[in-house]
Write a protein that binds this ligand. Structure first.
Ligand SMILES: [Zn+2]
Ligand SMILES: [Zn+2]
Length: 297
């Protein structure tokens, strides 16, 4: 028997008018939410340690270098790092406690690595537990919170649409390192760490996400992936609105040039919360033409 996924991500999807994933028998989470929960629990010890670095001031120097507005006050920053660490320990500790009690196993030592390893052994069980939805919500929030504290402004995430791998319900994000010389944008899936592509493959990937049929599809795609992407095309295409800064990073072009091109070529745009978003499709068409011209010229 299958049911509707209760996971945090699927709840968010439903709130946005999209369908939640289906669960396999005995589970309350779809495959993607299940994988996200596992991935989150696995990432938290690293994020915990990254927050420690922030507490020690290691990241503050880098932050100053990246910030044009002068040094940032360290104190609020450290408070946020300490708070994120306490929250990670508290949440992993609480779920471990529940598992130990209900499954009648010895509770793990209260160190971050031990708690994470213990919970990973029981994630499958958690995915079928009545509290599975809460677990996905708490872990997802912790990951976002800790990442923000540990890597402020280092990585900008841009929502790009549904994952193109067959059978994957994850979402793709462009991750663009900010102010890190020699680093490159990448496209990652939030449900499976193995679904990752170099930023320059974005042009190929977007064909799959957007369902634009072409004989020359990306090498990473299978036929099933193309079909699935085509089904999801209208929603995914409508989702993609980027700020001028996002576009500048994805296509490695000065922001001023992005504004100029957007104005000259009348890219579709809309305003939300005081920010202007441009149609990713229009930007893509423009930069594809420019790339084509420079190859020919
Ligand atoms: Zn789900
Ligand atoms: Zn994926």
């Amino acid at each position: 028997m299958t049911g509707t996924c209760e996971g945090h991500e699927c709840r968010v999807r439903e709130a946005g008018g999209r369908a939640a994933g289906r669960t396999a028998a005995g589970y309350r989470l779809c495959g993607a939410c299940h994988r996200r929960l596992t991935l989150g629990i696995r990432q938290l010890p690293d994020l915990y340690r990254d927050c420690e670095q922030v507490l020690g001031g290691a990241s503050v120097k880098g932050l100053r270098e990246r910030t044009s507005g002068g040094p940032l006050p360290g104190a609020p920053f450290n408070a946020a790092a300490a708070e994120a660490r306490a929250a990670i320990m508290g949440v992993l500790g609480a779920w471990s406690g529940l598992v130990a009690q209900e499954r009648r196993v010895a509770p793990p030592q209260r160190t971050i690595g031990t708690l994470s390893v213990f919970l990973l052994r029981h994630t499958d069980w958690l995915a079928g537990h009545p509290a599975a939805a809460e677990a996905t919500r708490e872990v997802a929030r912790l990951v976002v919170k800790a990442r923000r504290v540990a890597h402020p402004e280092q990585v900008r995430r841009i929502a790009l649409g549904a994952c193109v791998e067959p059978g994957c319900d994850g979402r793709l994000f462009g991750t663009v390192p900010v102010g890190v010389p020699g680093s490159h944008p990448a496209v990652r899936c939030d449900a499976d760490p193995l679904h990752v592509w170099a930023g320059h493959q974005w042009t190929q990937l977007r064909r799959l996400i957007g369902g634009v049929s072409t004989a020359n599809t990306a090498s990473t795609a299978s036929t099933a992936g193309t079909a699935k992407a085509a089904d999801a095309a209208p929603a995914a295409a409508a989702d993609r609105w980027l700020t001028a800064t996002d576009i500048s990073r994805l296509w490695n072009t000065p922001v001023g040039t992005v504004y100029r091109l957007a104005s000259e070529q009348r890219w579709r745009r809309h305003h939300r919360s005081g920010r202007t978003y441009y149609s990713e499709a229009d930007a893509h068409e423009c930069f594809s033409r420019r790339a084509e011209r420079s190859r020919q010229g």
